[in-house]
Each structure stands twice: as C-alpha cells, then as structure tokens.
Design a protein around this ligand. Sequence first.
Ligand SMILES: *Cc1c(COP(=O)(O)O)cnc(C)c1O
Length: 476
Amino acid sequence: MSNFRYDEKTAIVRPAGQAGSTAARSTQEWRALDAAHHIHPFSDTSALNGAGSRVITKAAGVYVWDSEGNKIIDGMAGLWCVNVGYGRRELADAAYRQLQELPFYNTFFKTTHPPIIELSALLAELAPAPFNHFFYCNSGSEGNDTVLRIVHQFWLAQDRPTKKIVISRHNAYHGSTIAGATLGGMSYMHEQMPSKVENIVHINQPYWFGDGGDLSPAEFGLRCAQELETKIKEVGADNVAAFIGEPFQGAGGVIFPPDTYWPEIQRICRKYDVLLCADEVIGGFGRTGRWFSHQYFGFEPDLITLAKGLTSGYIPMGAVGMHDRVARVISESGDFNHGLTYSGHPVAAAVAIANLKVLRDERVVERVRSDTGPYFQQALREALDANPIVGEIAGAGLVAGIQLAEDKATRKRFANGGEVGTICRDFCFGGNLIMRATGDRMLLSPPLVITHVEIDELVDKATRAIELTAEKIGFA
Ligand SMILES: *Cc1c(COP(=O)(O)O)cnc(C)c1O
C-alpha cells in the first residue's frame, strides 16, 4: 500500500529499495534536528524541545506509527481533516498524474483548467441546491479572510457601504491569519495579537453545560441566539454585514448548540438583512453524517467556508461556497479584487476530486449517518455515561466532545480548568490513542472510514484513559 517500508526493529523509515539511504535517521537524531531548526505551531518551543517531539513516520487507515514503532489509533483524523483515512491510493495517483500533466497554472488572467472546472461542478453537485459557485484558496484561515472580502463586496455593490461589522462568537475558531484570529474568539490568541482587523465584534457561545444556569437547553439556545439580535440593535442593523459561526464549535471543545439555536440565528439574520456565514471547515464533508453540518442543524447559510475534509488533508486547499443570492451580486459587481497565487491549484483540485469521489462513491457519508455514527455515539455513552468524572457527551456522527467535570448533576466543572484534561491527554498518549483536550473537554473526530471494530478499540482506549484520570484525581 505504501511506498515506504517500516523496519520495526530499527524504527527507521527508508524509501522502498533504498535500505541504508542517508535519509534514514534515528529518533534521537530526528528530535535533535527538529529542536535545532523547527519552530512548531501553537507550541511552547523550549518546553517541547525539552520533552522531544513524537516523530510520526507513516500511516494507514485510522492508524499512525511513530519512529519508535508504536501503532497509534488516530482519534482526531490528523487535525480533523483525514476524512477518508490514511493511505488512499486514489488520492496519491490523482496528484501524481496531475503533477505530470499540468503542475500549475493560474486562474487570474482569463484562464482556467480542467481540474478546477471539474471540482467546482462536483462541489455544486454535492452541496445543497443553492450552492453553485466556489472560490478557492489554500486553507480554512484564507477561506475566512475570503468570506470577509465577499461580504464587504456584497454590500458595497448594493450601495450599502455602512454595513461593515461582522459578528462572531467568543471561543470560536476561524483560523490563524490576522483576520481568522480576530474573527475567532480565543482569548489567548487575541492577547498575543495587538493589531486586529477592524469592525469585528463578538457575542457569547451557546455552551449550555458551562453557562446554561437554570435554563433548559432549549431556553438557553434561544437566549444565546437572541444575543445576536441585541448586538445588532446595539451597533445598528445598517452597520452589520454578517454573522459567522461554526455550526458546532470544533477547536473550542466540540460544543453542540441546543436545537433551538440555529433556526433563531437564521431568523434574526434574515430580519436584519445580515449575511449568515457557516464555517464548515470541520463540519463539512461528512463529519455529522450529512455532507455539511448546517444541514444537520437545519439552517441555510449564505456563505460556507471549506477546507480540511475537502482534500482529507492530503494536500492544502480551502474554498468558499456562495449561495446563489450572493454569487449573483458578486458576479455582477465588476472586479472582485482578491486572489491567491494558488487559488484553484490544479494538483490540489485533482486530489480534492479523488477524495470527494471516495466519499461519494463508497457512500461514506451515508454510512456515518446511519451506521458508524450512531454506533460510535452509543458506544461512547454506554462506556462513559456512568463514569464519575464525565459531565456530558456531546456530538453526532463521528465527532464527540466529552466534558470532564466534578459533578454531572449540578454541571460543576473542575476548579483548575484544563488540568484534568491534560492529565487525561497524557494517559491517551501513553495508551497509543490520539484524543485531544480543550480545557477539560476530550475531543474525538476519527477518520470517517473507521469500522465497528476500530470504533470499539477507540472507545475502549478513551474509556481507559478517562478511568485512569478519575483514579489519579481520586474520583474512582
Ligand atoms: C482549522 C479551522 C480553520 C482554519 O483552517 P486552516 O486550514 O488551519 O487555516 C478555520 N475554521 C475552523 C472551524 C477550523 O476548524
């Protein structure tokens, strides 16, 4: 399956047929070179270099291997992106063929090429009916930058230049460009970034477990959505361009809003003529058992941001899908002064097409919806509902957030937010499981091709890590 041969004894990866090539190094050498020359994203470099990075050397299906020969089940699909699983030949072949045929050409100057034409037509086929136009970039962050450009062009073109403000939410994640990080509501990112994009304001997140107080989830969902109306009235509807949100918050902790939330958000956006933007970077391409997570929550956005699952992470690509009512205005308003050198890159497009065909032709999304998704959600609840430190399990399809808490009945969280999650994550690491922690919420989002047997393994390992955590902090 792979062109690389893995030597279990020496824990060294060598290109096939080149045993002893100078490319092969020991774990210690790799760690030393990494520490000497590589600055990692979202990391404390000196702490990381002291501990040493785990060197991931190969992957297949839902598993990755490290340079010490450990086989690790990847409960996060890389970074929420490897939806078709690792090692799919179709995607590698598509890239190889395209690299030979036409490795690059731009789409700026009255030119186009077959891969981006085919991808656009395929996305229009897979997305809900009103989404027929797509703009391309290289990442989710650039996708959200693009959303801002489209939103502003949309209102300028209709002679409503005062509509400039974009409303987002605290504890949202919309990427790490300046615009993405300003849109996002992660306080630690804002603190490190004194220069922000103008005209972006935030409202609260619909996090019932933490903030719901005495309200029922349904009441709380409505109240959170109505904060949008309050904010629109506060700054003036004539000044508000758009609202943006992840249908469910991913990096913020897999926070699923109550069912009442999105329909009310949509009602308010329509009432005040505010564009509704859904950041589908994690939710898109099958995660909830629907092609797009706004379909799961039952609303219709004006713009959708796409990345991650678009290529299953095999190669970088992002996009923005426009509802017909937006595309019409953008298409008829003269020059759209935005583009990236690699907008619509042919190799990325070829990989995206191969990826989407795997998801479509193998009925992966349907399987998540009617089979593996419900199986996963039920297995998690059976294993963990009675655990003394599990406060709630949120999720649908193949994504879940497990809230670790001191008391489930009163929804009392642990005092030192994040400490217990970190302990749990260390047990995962030791147990050859990749499960992420956001504060005290443990997150799972495995490849969508995961089988029942692999789900059993994933849930067993997650349960074990949480049980060990409970023991360690004296709750078992
Ligand atoms: C990951 C992510 C982004 C940013 O995507 P990058 O490709 O990392 O720039 C944006 N929005 C959401 C919801 C994400 O999860």
